[in-house]
Design a protein around this ligand. Structure first.
Ligand SMILES: Cc1cc2nc3c(=O)[nH]c(=O)nc-3n(C[C@H](O)[C@H](O)[C@H](O)COP(=O)(O)OP(=O)(O)OC[C@H]3O[C@@H](n4cnc5c(N)ncnc54)[C@H](O)[C@@H]3O)c2cc1C
Length: 273
């Protein structure tokens, strides 16, 4: 079966839903293919039935004051509440306030070329400013924890730019969406839910064939049932880099009939039409 739209969007996380919303707002027909049984991607909220509290498994905080996101949250009738942004640090067996350990942040925002890995920059700045060891340790930990990057390879200039961008939109002071972050994503998906044939859940895209002006995407359910072909003039691909780097599904070595699946249940193939 062939499904047609102006734009085929891969992934119904924040990026895919934002693209769908904007394109539908311009009167374009979209189809969104999402591998999971839910929208939201890395925004995933569980609700504790006893305490009735939302538990965030993925994104939890609104950092700073990003105007577009805050507008979206208010439009959806949701509540943003600032968190207590004080830090406590367990350092060498002693629990203390951790504020001074963030002394690296200001120099980081004004880091200059040439670029070098963060670990190198930290060592150099520690010598220059005579940082106590806790500041260097926190700087490396911040790169790992906040940016999910390895300080031995992460670009200092890229992280410096992201810090400046965060500062320009109100810093990284966190707030929470009290009703749960997933409610923001559900509001973004409302028009898709309301229009049959636009959102396909349990639809794993595993092949994109394209030529200028035409895209054909093949998808199947996670259980392997083919869903046919999704065809459009354009595609918006919002899949995580790890998925895009995954190897195409390989025929199973023992029976050659089924396909062996990667940990994410998906493989990937780009090909000319
Ligand atoms: C634990 C954790 C905590 C975080 N905390 C914060 C925070 O506090 N604040 C913040 O701003 N950000 C936070 N983030 C980052 C934030 O969640 C992500 O940046 C954002 O959700 C990414 O959205 P996306 O649409 O780009 O990608 P994703 O949300 O990953 O969306 C991609 C979608 O593609 C789908 N998909 C994958 N493969 C296929 C396929 N083959 N076919 C079809 N669909 C497919 C996936 O199921 C997914 O729904 C956190 C992330 C994690 C993991």
């Amino acid at each position: 079966m062939v499904h047609e739209a102006d734009v085929v969007i891969l992934g119904a996380g924040a990026a895919g839903l934002a693209a769908a919303e904007r394109l539908m707002g311009k009167g374009l027909r979209v189809i969104v293919l999402e591998a999971r049984d839910r929208v939201g991607g890395r925004v995933a909220t569980l609700r504790d039935t006893v305490a009735d509290a939302p538990l965030e498994l993925g994104a939890e905080f609104v950092h700073g004051k990003p105007a577009a996101l805050l507008r979206r949250i208010r439009r959806a009738g949701l509540t943003v509440s600032p968190c207590n942004d004080t830090h406590a640090l367990l350092w060498r067996g002693k629990l203390d306030g951790g504020e001074e350990s963030f002394a690296f942040q200001e120099p980081l925002r004004s880091a200059k070329a040439p670029d070098r890995p963060m670990a190198e920059w930290v060592a150099e700045q520690a010598r220059l400013h005579q940082w106590p060891p806790v500041v260097s340790a926190m700087a490396r930990s911040y790169v790992r924890g906040f940016y999910a990057a390895d300080p031995d390879v992460a670009s200092t200039l890229a992280i410096s730019r992201m810090e400046r961008t965060a500062e320009a939109s109100g810093g990284t002071t966190p707030s929470r969406v009290l009703e749960g972050y997933d409610r923001v994503l559900h509001a973004m998906a409302a028009k898709l839910f309301a229009k049959p044939g636009t959102l396909f859940l349990n639809a794993v895209a595993d092949e994109v064939r394209w030529k200028p002006g035409s895209v054909r995407v093949r998808a199947q359910t996670r259980q392997g049932t083919p869903l046919g072909t999704f065809q459009g003039g354009h595609a918006v691909v919002t899949l995580p880099v790890g998925v895009l780097q995954a190897k195409p599904l390989a025929p199973c070595a023992s029976c050659r009939a089924c396909v062996r699946r990667s940990a994410h249940g998906t493989g990937w193939r780009w090909a000319p039409w």
